[in-house]
Design a protein around this ligand. Sequence first.
Ligand SMILES: NC(=O)CC[C@H](N)C(=O)O
Length: 363
Amino acid sequence: MQKEKNVLLILDDGSIFKGKSFGYEKAIAGEVVFNTAMMGYPESLTDPSYSGQIMTLTFPLVGNYGVPPRSEKDGLSTFMESEKIHAEGIIVCDYSWEYSHWNAVESLESWLKSEKVVGIYGIDTRELTKLLREKGSMKGKIVFPEENGELKPENDVPFVDPNLINQVARVSCKEVITYGNGKKKVLLVDCGVKHNIIRCLLKRDVTVIRVPWDYDFNTIEYDGLFISNGPGDPNMCDVTVQNIRKALNGDKPIFGICMGNQLLSKAGGANIYKLKYGHRSHNQPVRMVGTNRCFITSQNHGYAVDNATLTSDWEPFFINMNDNTNEGIKHKTKPFFSVQFHPEAASGPTDTEFLFDKFVEML
Ligand SMILES: NC(=O)CC[C@H](N)C(=O)O
């Protein structure tokens, strides 16, 4: 086996973890978060909502099923959530140097190297996760010391708080893109949309008009408005919130997912706050408010809507059964709703995919 470079994962609180590199070798910084899903690293790494973040996977063995082709069909990635890796880096406990899967065409190592993304292993991810749960998600960096332990300035970087940078502007499309040719038109505000959201809409035979996050979509004719997921702090998207607020005066159906839930809530007058360490997994239980129906959901978010600040026109739609945080809102009289989880989850539970049917039926 080749000799892998030593790396240090340094956290903002001074904690240092020693590991080895299996990806691209460059010093990086970002917000260190953890994801407890057992699988789905190709989808998670390409989810634009991870932009600016260094993703710790708690599942102990990663890489054993390789990476699917980076193919595209009709402008959408076939097996991934976007065209490229958005996470700054990935932290695992044990990297599997061998892989086997019917759909794999390369190893995680070769994919990371060709996309110039950092991957490290040999980290006690259980200890790291316990720390992040105790202290909250933290700024962190991965640096490359010499064999003798010396850290040269060119192999070091300063800490970065990605939530102070407009991540949505980094990942949103730059021009209007149209998909499908269904009769009903869905105007999709792209804050960093996962391709499976577009696939889920197209499966229901609509035309999707994808516009940049700051596009004044109120100038376009549409039958329904969709607000996508996206990275970073929702408070960076004031332009989007202003545009949504105008749409709230009308009565065309609105559906939002994740960042979309946060932006719709803000447009409706509610406040957002940062969770200590967020929800990133495939097994978050949510209850539909007013019922005893529980769904298992896939999630990836660090911010949440403050239920107590929902204005009188709105009510909570779903509640997280672990910590009682908001998992969605709905308007009391108009066809507007959004969820904090991912009904389009791939890989992940598909319990809530019916929400796409609900939206398309309203159009
Ligand atoms: N997946 C998302 O849309 C995440 C929304 C937001 N960036 C958060 O972390 O809460």
